[in-house]
Design a protein around this ligand. Structure first.
Ligand SMILES: Nc1nc2c(c(=O)[nH]1)N[C@H]1C(S)=C(S)[C@@H](COP(=O)(O)O)O[C@H]1N2
Ligand SMILES: [Mo]
Length: 203
């Protein structure tokens, strides 16, 4: 069957149901969005800490975190600047695995993710549990590029991508919510793309 020019010209999204409101499909591209200078991190110096309101604060070296059970995310990501990227594959460790080792206290309700650069972002603890969040080092089977947060970033794909802190080094469990870097600058404390929680004051 011939495909008409008119049909192609409409550029209908292939899977509109996968695109949250106000988003477009960036295709094979992957924009880089960084507020600070991209750090050059030595994996021998890098470590991952889970502390704050936990029974047993934990720190993993690069080697130690790789010894934990591996976990892969396959699916979509959504940036508040309106691009979405379909069918990404990230590999690392589930945040559940890290939290199980540290033992969150009952009063822990929120988390501040910290980057080596000082970038921070806040999240409800519930958004990091139940197989919804990862600490990742591979993208599409290759080491995560430095510009995209390599060697290690947080991945919380069901929320806008600013919650996925690049160069993550610490998850701090807290009783009360506290705004991170973009949240202090007017972005939403939760950031669900399906609810279009872009800015403070959105639903
Ligand atoms: N450390 C750090 N992490 C960050 C950011 C940043 O500026 N610094 N930007 C956030 C924003 S706004 C987005 S959209 C994504 C962009 O990730 P990418 O550059 O890999 O696309 O990272 C998030 N994590
Ligand atoms: Mo973003």
């Amino acid at each position: 069957m011939p495909i008409t020019r008119g049909f192609l010209g409409k550029r209908r999204p292939e899977r509109p149901d996968r695109l949250p409101p106000g988003q477009y499909d960036t295709g094979s591209g992957w924009p880089t969005l960084t507020a600070e200078a991209t750090p050059k991190l030595d994996v021998e110096q890098w470590s991952m800490t889970v502390d704050g309101l936990v029974d047993s604060p934990q720190t993993w070296s690069w080697r130690e975190i790789h010894a934990l059970p591996e976990s892969t995310y396959f699916g979509d990501i959504h940036c508040v600047t309106t691009w979405s990227k379909f069918d990404t594959t990230f590999t690392g460790v589930s945040v559940d695995t890290l939290l199980e080792a540290a033992g969150p206290r009952p009063e822990a309700k929120f988390v501040m993710a910290h980057s080596t650069t000082g970038y921070t972002t806040n999240l409800p603890l519930e958004d990091l549990t139940g197989g919804k969040a990862w600490v990742v080092w591979d993208f599409d089977g290759k080491p995560l590029a430095r510009g995209h947060g390599g060697p290690v970033r947080l991945l919380v794909p069901h929320l806008y991508f600013w919650k996925s802190a690049k160069w993550v080094t610490r998850l701090e469990l807290m009783e009360r919510d506290r705004p991170g870097f973009w949240e202090q600058n007017g972005y939403h404390d939760r950031g669900d793309p399906w609810l279009e929680q872009r800015y403070q004051g959105d639903p």
